[in-house]
Design a protein around this ligand. Structure first.
Ligand code: SF4
Ligand code: SF4
Length: 620
């Protein structure tokens, strides 16, 4: 049985933040879950995906976040508790349905999880999604710990039903990926059978209906504000005239800091967990007793601006600060030391840093630049494209996935990326605006996510570029989740469809379509050349399973390669493809047999035929 289905309330279990959230959803009786995978949210969906195999929970990996939220909106409006998960940038994709779903509302709890990523550990920006709550009028809950993540997930479902609105549960990487002992609660029974009652004058967002629904949304927002005034998640602790307002993970740093600085008797903390709507009464009461106030929050000055506005409205003259050149930055993650230093500076307290342990005898961790894995088929595809386009002035728009790493030397394939699916549409723009040769790259999962519409646009508007679809049979970057092109038998699941990228591309009307096996270097170069020569939109589908995924499915037949005496040491292999299995021993190129997966690409490009399989050495 999946550990998150353990039915023993009170038992303590060591859980990752994302597991605690999944457990919270299970305890809340969630019956329907949708997602598009994205770090740092991925483990929530992975756990629910596994649980759906052992229970009547419906779970789906949707093609993108907009689709995930629309599917979820229908389920929640059929009376089924629904969870919709995504990473922060996914909310941009889901924003279209979100804005109107807030008007239409829900019949059963709908919680939308956004996992924000300050410092961009695995993201293209560090947007603060609390503004989506403000923009849509939807309440936001922000947990400060792993334990609270479980508790708040349950509370979010209740709040959603109380208001008839979706609720945003906003986490950050530090909460998603921390572990703690969590006391399990009771699992509520799941209501999996929904029913939809037709009510077009409240559920069909035509202008006349929406004008009325907007009024309802604002009434709901006022109701949510009064709930926030008494919410257990918004509390004041400590005493004194120095005030600190905080939310999320920052609350922990603040608690540690005021103890380390010895100012707990002088400092009161307003911890906000239901951060939107921010409760004006509670904030005003808090400010009234303060001589000066510091707002501690990662990301944007979301609470700071609100608190300042409340103070102004209440005609309070207390100094309030937060984001400032001398205090907190809008950049990156906070850490305990930095928070303590800023608190000390702001309140004029001596900060004697705690003794740092002497780590001088610990060897430094070797620097490892990000790189495609040894034998990754993307490297072979990029090599083929590079050779095919040699001598041409070419622009390479790329997309979001492992293959983005191809922008690094020696491959240097990737000139522009903004968001998922953008490689296709920006290829349209670059080719029209510059008239140059354009070759765009997109992954298989990303193609289904949002590349398809760009390709339809390209065919319809008769653009001129080549799109290379890097089909490695999985959503590799976030941990090998399935997508509509994946054989679900790999997950021991039946009853799914499977969509052929080639058939889709041909059906759209792309005239020149070729499918390559990138480990066959010569043939691949020829196919890419032919695609480039085609006038109009051409597509090359490069099919080879992700090596890590293939290994996990036991489909990787490894035969390591070696560099023989024929090597003339001109290092074409390193300079052209830079596989991480290569290393230098003295001046000689060698291959690490434990890293090499035997793709044979280096052997095909070595002009001396100096790279050969290691005889009789098979590894798994
Ligand atoms: S995880 Fe897979 S796709 Fe990503 S770099 Fe490694 S081998 Fe390539
Ligand atoms: S065969 Fe060559 S390119 Fe392929 S994994 Fe081994 S060393 Fe790397």
């Amino acid at each position: 049985m999946h550990k998150l289905l353990t039915d023993s309330p009170g038992e303590k279990m060591l859980l990752l933040g994302n597991e605690a959230i999944a457990r919270g959803a299970i305890e809340a009786g969630v019956a329907f879950a949708t997602t598009y995978p994205g770090t740092p949210s991925s483990e929530i969906s992975l756990n629910l995906f596994q649980i759906s195999n052992e229970s009547d929970l419906y779970f789906e990996y949707s093609t993108n976040e907009k689709v995930a939220l629309e599917v979820a909106a229908a389920a929640a409006n059929s009376g089924v508790r629904t969870f919709c998960m995504m990473k922060h940038v996914g909310m941009n994709v889901a924003a279209d349905p979100l804005m109107t779903l807030a008007y239409v509302g829900v019949k059963a709890g709908l919680v939308i999880l956004t996992a924000d990523d300050p410092f961009m550990f695995s993201s293209q920006n560090e947007q603060d999604n609390r503004y989506y709550g403000k923009l849509s009028g939807v309440p936001i809950l922000e947990p400060s710990s792993v334990e609270e993540a479980r508790e708040m997930t349950i509370a979010a479902f209740d709040l959603s039903e109380q208001l008839g609105e979706p609720v945003i549960l906003r986490t950050t990487t530090r909460i998603n990926h921390s572990s703690a002992f969590v006391a399990l609660g009771t699992i509520q029974p799941r209501n999996t059978k929904g029913d939809f009652t037709k009510d077009p004058f409240n559920l069909v967002a035509v202008p006349a209906v929406s004008r009325r629904l907007h009024v309802r949304l604002l009434e709901n927002w006022a109701k949510a504000r009064s709930i926030a005034e008494t919410s257990v998640f918004n509390f004041i602790e400590g005493e004194g005239s120095w005030g600190i307002v905080c939310s999320g993970v920052s609350y922990n740093y603040v608690s540690d800091a005021i103890h380390e600085l010895g100012i707990q008797n002088k400092t009161r903390i307003l911890r906000l967990g239901l951060t939107h709507p921010t409760p004006p009464g509670r904030v005003k009461d808090f400010l009234t007793g303060c001589e000066k106030v510091l707002v501690v929050e990662e990301g944007e000055p979301f609470l700071e601006e609100t608190v300042m506005a409340f103070a102004q409205k209440a005609e309070l003259t207390v100094p309030i600060a937060g984001k400032d050149e001398t205090l907190f930055s809008r950049l990156y993650e906070f850490d305990p030391t930095m928070v303590r230093q800023v608190i000390a500076t702001y309140f004029g307290v001596d900060d004697t840093p705690s003794q740092v342990p002497d780590l001088s005898d610990i060897p430094e961790i070797p620097q490892r630049p990000p790189n495609l894995c040894a034998g990754c088929s993307h490297r072979a595809t990029y090599y083929a494209v590079k050779k095919a386009a040699e001598g041409m002035e070419t622009i390479f728009p790329t997309d979001i996935g492992c293959y983005t790493l191809g922008f690094l030397p020696p491959l240097s394939m990737g000139d522009f990326v903004i968001c998922m699916g953008s490689s296709v549409s920006t290829s349209c723009g670059f080719s029209k605006a510059t008239g140059k040769q354009v070759i765009g790259f997109i992954g298989d999962s990303t193609f289904f996510h949002s590349g398809l519409t760009g390709l339809v646009n390209a065919v319809y508007n008769n653009h001129n570029f080549t799109l290379v679809i890097l089909d490695n049979g999985t959503t590799a970057m976030t941990g090998h989740q399935p997508h509509p092109g994946v054989d679900m038998a790999n997950f021991n699941r039946s009853g799914y469809g499977r969509i052929s990228i080639e058939a889709v591309v041909r059906a759209i009307g792309v005239e020149h379509v070729s499918v390559i096996k990138p480990y066959k270097v010569k043939k691949s170069i020829e196919a890419v050349k032919a695609a480039i020569e085609h006038k109009g939109v051409s597509v090359v589908i490069s099919q080879e399973m992700c090596t890590l995924y293939a290994r996990s499915l036991k489909k990787l037949n490894v035969r390591a390669f070696q560099v023989t005496d024929k090597c003339k040491n001109h290092r074409d292999c390193i300079n052209e493809i830079g596989c991480p299995a290569f290393f230098l021993e003295g001046e000689r190129v060698q291959i690490d047999p434990n890293a090499c997966v035997g793709c044979a690409v280096c052997a095909q490009i070595c002009p001396e035929n100096a790279i050969t399989p290691v005889k009789d050495k098979k590894a798994g």
